[in-house]
Design a protein around this ligand. Sequence first.
Ligand code: S3P
Length: 177
Amino acid sequence: MLRKPVFFVGFMGAGKTSVVRRLARIAGSASVDMDRYIERRCERKIAEIFAEEGEAGFRKVETEVLRELAAAGPQFISCGGGVVVTPENREILKRSGFVVHLQITAHDAAKRIRNFERRPLFGDLDNAERICEERGPLYEEVADYTVRTADRSTGSVAYELRSVLRRKGVLWLRKSS
Ligand code: S3P
């Protein structure tokens, strides 16, 4: 059982969605992907929201959704990579639960990303490297625990995090699991 919301932050391609899905399964808890949630709520793809309302429009919805999810009770929440650029979001993250930073370089992320359409801000590698560097301190500012994901399987990261969350008293499991 989860005792508070657990938010996952980190650069695009760090593995937030896959790790959250796996962790939810092995910990028997609910999970939600913020970008999917935003798409359902706006009835539009992320790329369309960016094209029609710009980054500012997307960030506005992102904050509304983060506020909502932070108040929705304990679950694993996979956040979009840019959630930390909005100061209000960083405050929400810090006060509402436990934050895991999945750390990756833009170079390693580029090798893993399949769907660039959902990530209009990734751009070319130079651009991605610049954004990744700018955001590094912001991810660290909100993180309660950081784990590097390059060259690691989803399962190994998820099992490590399950132990960490148990140790920190954020996750309670029945003895048999
Ligand atoms: C963004 C990351 C994306 C998505 C949007 C903006 C960012 O999510 O929210 O394209 O600014 O880094 P992922 O981190 O899941 O790719």
